[in-house]
Design a protein around this ligand. Structure first.
Ligand code: FAD
Length: 454
């Protein structure tokens, strides 16, 4: 009888332990179930759905080259897999572990119908296996990373299967187009198409481009005008590439590669947090934040809309928010600046920002997004504090964001470096700052003072 490979955020053939194990057992049925019900309000956002469409198409083409194909179904994962079992007699399911609370629920349901074999391989080390001396999970990054490093390097990547035996007959599969994952009217995905190549081949070419730059990561990573980061996050999120593949491609190259590997460590750390606190995307890590008087009402909604559309009057914030809208991605330094600005200068609940990112990022990831938003807010279980308020104008200057702003805020394109970060005379159509830096800062600190001792 055939075995099923149940795919989720692991849309690759190489270093994919589920394919590796299933291929040795005989005929394989690769299945992707679009399961919006299990995720409920965490169903994939618009930008991620665009990515998913192209990634599935790419994986199907790669599978066909091996004599196989991808079976697409929509509905509840366990019900769809059970239906395939009735159609084909398959009794074993191979899959990679996923740690979002909804995927863990789905795994429990699938395990009721099948011999479910879960494999590792989407993280440097299995999340949950890195524990402190006392056996508990880590709350803070630095000791977590120290312990994780003891477990590295990760295992050498597994090769992609050379051939996947097809089942005696293929179960029914939905036409991908029927899922309507792509935007129609209006088609906002032009910028995404220009910037990305979803799928395993796209991930490998991004990695190849980064490898030559990796040794100078430290010097370049905070400069949004330069773009010295790997831009692998959506590929990693969808599992088109594994962290072990990246690790073994760059470790030992010298320079500041270690700093880059530490960022992969942050990715593992975020999963470690979600495993301890599954509702971290909606619940403050520090309970005193439950009482924080976030702004609400019409004025706050208008400010939120200005932030979302890149019209706050702060050039670096607006450049970042427009980059996000156009490409589905934003430079990490700028993500930190726009998050701090929303939470502190505008005193808007971090969860509103998290939701916007969830819908607009191609790399929207439950763990990484929640952990980074709570880090920015200072509301998390990590060590960061609310009172660290980023000054957007000096950050913009310090990290040489002039060219970045000129690219994403064309209204300001003619301004020289000396004026672009905080233009005195604003070109027509470019707004005045929606709040002054000192004023925003004072309001944020007063709001925090009200809950500080709680
Ligand atoms: P590189 O700098 O080249 O890093 C390599 C990889 O390490 C990344 O692809 C990513 O997987 C991981 N990584 C890097 N920085 C972090 C970090 N701070 N936390 C966790 N992992 C990290 N990243 C996401 O993948 N999905 C998100 O939804 C997400 N939301 C964020 C929200 C906010 C408010 C902030 C401040 C950061 C967020 N990040 C998120 C983290 C980070 O900004 C991106 O991972 C990074 O910009 C991706 O670009 P890159 O691949 O070029 O990164």
């Amino acid at each position: 009888t055939p075995t099923i490979v149940w795919l989720r955020r692991d849309l690759r053939l190489a270093d994919q332990a589920a394919f590796h194990a299933a291929a040795r057992q005989g005929p394989v049925i690769p299945v992707y179930v679009l399961d919006d019900e299990v995720a409920q309000h965490r169903r994939m956002g618009g930008a991620a759905r665009w990515w998913l469409h192209h990634s599935l198409r790419s994986l199907d083409a790669d599978l066909r080259a091996l004599g196989s194909r991808l079976v697409l179904r929509r509905g509840r994962s366990h019900e769809e897999l059970a239906a395939i079992r009735r159609e084909t007699g398959a009794r074993t399911v191979h899959a990679l572990h996923h740690y979002e609370p909804w995927w863990r629920n789905a795994e429990r349901a699938v395990a009721q119908h099948f011999d479910l074999r879960l494999h590792h391989g989407n993280y440097l080390a299995p999340p949950g296996s890195i524990t402190s001396g006392g056996g508990g999970p880590y709350k803070i990054f630095t000791p977590f990373w120290r312990a994780l490093q003891q477990r590295l390097p990760p295992p050498m990547p597994l090769p992609a299967p050379q051939h996947l035996a097809p089942p005696a007959f293929w179960p029914a599969s939905d036409p991908l187009g029927r899922w309507r994952l792509l935007p129609s009217a209006p088609d906002w995905a032009g910028g995404l198409r220009d910037h990305w190549q979803p799928g395993e081949a796209g991930a490998q070419s991004r990695l190849a481009r980064f490898v030559v730059q990796a040794p100078s990561y430290e010097q370049r990573r905070n400069l949004p005008s330069v773009g010295g980061t790997a831009m692998l996050s959506p590929h990693l999120h969808f599992g088109e590439i594994s962290p072990a593949q990246i690790w073994h491609a760059v470790a030992g190259l010298g320079g500041s590669v270690e700093t880059f590997l530490g960022e992969l460590g942050w990715r593992d750390y975020a999963q470690n947090v979600i495993l301890q606190l599954p509702d971290y995307g909606s619940r403050n890590g520090k309970t005193q934040f439950d009482a924080l008087p976030w702004r609400s009402g019409d004025a706050a909604e208008a400010d939120l809309a200005a932030w979302q559309s890149g019209r706050t009057g702060y050039p670096i914030v607006d450049a970042g928010m427009r980059e996000l809208w156009h490409t589905g991605w934003m430079h990490n330094r700028v993500r930190m600046i726009v998050a701090s600005f929303l939470i502190k200068h505008l005193l808007i609940d971090w969860r509103r920002g998290e939701q916007w990112f969830w819908d607009t990022l191609v790399d929207a990831d439950y763990a990484q997004n929640s952990v980074n938003w709570q880090w920015s807010a200072g509301s998390g279980i990590d060590a960061n504090m609310f009172v660290r308020i980023m000054a957007p104008l000096s950050q913009s200057e310090m990290f040489g964001a002039g060219d970045y702003i000129r690219r994403w805020v064309p209204e300001l394109a003619s301004l020289p470096d000396s004026q672009i970060h905080d233009p005195v005379r604003r070109p027509d159509g470019y707004p005045r700052p929606i709040i002054g830096h000192a004023e925003g800062r004072a309001r944020a600190l007063a709001a925090f003072a009200a809950v500080k001792g709680k």
